[in-house]
Design a protein around this ligand. Structure first.
Ligand code: GLC
Ligand code: GLC
Length: 816
């Protein structure tokens, strides 16, 4: 069953009923001011950091869920009836409803009692404010007398404190109201130089700023006292819960349309110019008023919206494809690329599942997120790589996370996730392959942000590799530390105390448990760094890395191969994990993917066996499961993985992040049909028709789909912020469609379903635009035998990075 449809020409998903199985959200903002918004206008906004600069309030895990939002109430003054044109929070049955989530904007339209309403929410580029553009049309045959009430609940900035520290918070809230603009200025009197504002293009006939006056005692958002009686109370918040609500009264003639603009924004003043007049406690509004005035003008708001659309068209224009699969086209051309940008911006901080309070920027997460957007904004990838590297420890190890506002490593989680540093090599390699910018390797960066410790980025990468080599276990495989990619395989933890963090508790000496996954990752990273060294004329060093990779490969084949698939790990007793000898957890996905992607066993045959085992034991119609059989009880020696009920999350869930590793491995083995088959199993668009099972948004990937052992097999959770976005994008574009940046050019090496007669793509790469047509006249999976550039045949399958920039280059590739 569907709850809407894709409108590809407008790059929108249109939701046609408000009661989706879960809130289906979208993101506003691309730079500093951001918001999440659901299909019923729920959500919140923040400036840069969703914990420390939260602008508006949201109630996570509320009943009903998704409460707190950008709300509007409409009231017919003659009948006394009132409703919300976005359905929430009144939830009155609307006669018509659609929500169009687009790229950086959301439009909710509805009709009730012959009043058609549409609200368009978006954030103009370069501004720290959001626009709510409301248009109302009277479809009665007689004049309609309406009152419009806007409503936003302010957050007292630090979202964590806001949700817990009531003994203080109930006394600090402050508001200022001037010319109909409501200013939220809690703590502005002391150390904050920022405030929020809520403005409106019409002259309000009333307002409220104290929540409990607006709502009335013991009442909720579905029927505020002010709305019910048809008039605000003009309340001024002192402490308690500051809100902003404007009341606008208007009469619409039959068929008349009116537009009202609301602005919610964040503004900073220089510390010495906070007050006007100086010495007073009144906000200095000199710099904010021009911004407010500008966007309350309809033509300016419309122009800002057009600019936003053009911005996304430009970004997405970097890579567009036309294949025989509508699901692939839609995801590659629109939604997957969009999700990659959002994930990059947010890391794992703010979604319907991530509260914006808990997590900093993950070291490995951010390094992987790069893979999905580096072609769209390479400069921002560069900046992220440098930020990450500056938090690296002198040992080569890494803090598991860093805080976006301070850019410092997060001590609470600390380090010792032994895979972390290796991802930096892969992220940097991806950046250089895309941009050709070798100068990044010379950037001098500190360790642990400690001034005076700077070395070139290249040395950071050397230390990353060294970190693994200095930490090998009894079999010569890398020691796992606190965990590797799988945060929940905590082999040095042995926790039996409730509430203890699995990820920071380490009570084993860590010298025994080893990870085959890190071994695969190491081989891949070492070979990558060898190429980089070679290009820098460091021939001996390159050979050392290649030799280390070869040794590790041998070790994996000797101690990391279980007979039919790659082992997962050795635990603290030196016992195998992910082996046929295990009672549960006999086979894990991660080492199958990573060892094969690193090239291990591709020639000697293990790769094919491993892929067959994945198909036999792990593949389900809803995607590939992380391991089987699921752990049915808690294992002290395994950690968090066995804390989850069978089929969920890391305990045999379909952890979508890892599925593309198998797609890539299948592509490397030349299996285009298998690779694409796996691709479609978790492709959100191809799952749209079973939205009642999938339940999450059908336009973006979720972190997890419940596995075969779960009571709710096929149900997705944790949508939006997941490494799934970047890896799926890489799998489909670089390995299945096979358009892959390399150091010296753009590789064209598709591995596609035999039934495809070909496909077309447009790819901007290092300043040129390649218009590519792939032809598959003999129904093959792989094998470019003829490559024509502007009609002239060139040998091989690599388009050398062309020098004349800004050219449009026509390419034809024929599989034979
Ligand atoms: C989450 C984490 C990521 C980890 C994965 C598997 O997605 O953000 O770092 O690799 O879970 O545990
Ligand atoms: C939990 C989650 C895992 C995530 C980690 C992040 O362990 O299960 O997916 O990576 O938290 O801290």
């Amino acid at each position: 069953m569907r709850y809407g449809y894709f409108d590809d020409s407008r790059r929108e998903y249109v939701i046609t009923r408000p009661d989706t199985p879960l809130p289906w959200i979208n993101y506003l903002g691309c730079e500093a001011y951001f918001g999440i918004i659901s299909n019923t206008a729920g959500g919140y906004s923040f400036y840069r950091d969703p914990r420390l600069r939260r602008v508006s309030r949201y109630r996570y895990n509320n009943a009903p869920f998704d409460l707190g939002g950008r709300y509007i109430y409409l009231r017919d003054q003659d009948s006394g009836e009132f409703w919300s044109p976005t359905w929430q929070p009144t939830r009155r049955a609307l006669q018509e409803y659609t929500c169009s989530h687009g790229l950086g904007y959301t439009i909710i339209s509805s009709r009730y009692a012959s009043i058609a309403a549409e609200v368009r929410y978006f954030i103009p580029l370069g501004e720290n404010l959001e626009i709510w553009q409301l248009s109302l049309k009277n479809e009665h045959g007689h004049p309609a007398r309406l009152s419009v009430f806007s409503c936003i609940e302010f957050c007292l900035w630090d979202a964590q404190d806001d949700a817990t520290n009531f003994q203080r918070n109930f006394s600090t809230g402050q508001i200022e109201i001037e010319d109909g603009v409501i200013y939220h200025k809690t703590e502005y009197r002391e150390r904050r130089n920022h405030f929020a504002y809520f403005a409106c293009s019409e002259k309000p006939s009333g307002f409220d700023t104290q929540r409990d006056t607006f709502l009335g005692p013991y009442r909720g958002w579905e029927a505020p006292a002010a709305v019910e009686r048809g008039g605000c109370f003009d309340s001024v918040a002192n402490g308690w819960a500051p809100i902003g609500s404007h009341q606008i009264d208007l009469t619409l003639m039959p068929k008349e349309t009116r537009e009202i603009i609301f602005l919610l924004g964040y503004h900073e003043n220089p510390a010495e110019q906070k007050f006007d007049p100086p010495g007073s406690q009144t906000i200095n509004k000199k710099t904010v008023l021009p911004v407010i005035r500008k966007y309350l003008v309809k033509s300016n708001a419309n122009a800002a919206f057009e600019q936003l659309k053009a911005h996304w068209d430009e970004l997405l224009g970097t890579f567009q494809v036309q294949t025989p699969s509508a699901d692939a086209d839609r995801m590659v051309n629109i939604w997957n690329a969009y999700q990659c940008m959002v994930t990059f911006n947010m890391s794992r901080s703010a979604s319907f599942y991530e509260s914006g309070i808990g997590r900093g920027m993950g070291f490995r997460d951010s390094s992987q997120d790069l893979l999905g957007f580096v072609h769209m904004i390479p400069e921002r990838a560069r900046e992220r790589i440098l930020d990450l590297a500056a938090t690296q420890l002198p040992s080569g190890g890494a803090f598991h996370q860093y805080q976006p506002l301070t850019k410092r490593g997060n001590n609470d989680i600390g380090s010792g996730f032994n895979d972390d540093p290796l991802w930096l090599i892969l992220g940097t390699a991806a950046y250089i392959k895309e941009s050709g910018d070798w100068s990044i390797l010379e950037e001098r960066l500190p360790y642990e942000n400690e001034p005076g410790t700077e070395t070139p980025l290249y040395e950071h990468l050397q230390r990353s590799l060294g970190y693994t080599l200095e930490r090998l276990g009894p079999h010569g495989l890398p020691l796992i530390g606190r965990a590797d990619w799988n945060d929940c395989l905590n082999l040095n933890c042995f926790s039996d105390t409730p509430g203890q963090s699995f990820q920071t508790t380490t009570n084993k000496d860590g010298k025994t448990a080893e990870s085959v996954f890190i071994a695969g990752l190491f081989v891949m990273a070492a070979r990558e760094l060898a190429v980089i060294a070679q290009k820098g004329s460091l021939r001996e060093e390159a050979e050392r890395y290649l030799a280390a990779a070869a040794r590790m490969e041998t070790t994996v084949l000797q101690h990391g191969w279980d007979g039919n698939w790659f082992l997962r790990a050795y635990d603290d007793y030196g016992h195998k994990i992910g082996s046929a000898v295990c009672e549960e957890g006999k086979i894990f996905l991660e080492p199958q993917g990573f060892c094969i992607m690193a090239g291990i066993g591709l020639e000697s045959g293990q790769a094919l066996k491993s892929l067959a085992a994945v198909r036999e034991h792990l593949a389900t119609p809803h995607g590939i499961i992380l391991q089987q059989p699921a752990y049915s009880r808690y294992y002290l020696n395994l950690g968090e993985i066995s804390s989850y009920p069978p089929g969920y999350k890391e305990n045999a869930g379909i952890f979508c992040h890892t599925n593309p590793w198998i797609m890539i491995a299948e592509a490397m083995a030349g299996h285009g049909d298998e690779a694409f088959d796996y691709y479609l199993r978790i492709n959100p668009s191809s799952r749209e028709a079973m939205s009642e099972i999938h339940r999450c948004e059908p336009y973006v990937y979720a972190q997890m789909i419940a596995g075969r052992d779960a009571a709710t097999h096929g149900e997705a959770k944790n949508s939006w912020l997941t490494g799934t976005a970047a890896w799926n994008y890489a799998a489909i574009t670089q390995w299945i469609l096979g358009i892959r940046p390399e150091y010296d050019g753009l590789r064209i090496d598709p591995v596609i379903p035999a039934g495809w007669q070909g496909f077309k793509a447009t790819r901007r790469f290092r300043g040129n635009t390649y218009v590519i047509e792939v032809k598959n006249p003999s129904s093959l999976n792989r094998g470019v035998k003829k490559l024509l550039v502007e009609g002239r045949e060139i040998p091989g399958s690599l388009l050398p990075a062309a020098t004349p920039e800004s050219a449009v280059i026509h390419v034809e590739a024929v599989l034979q």
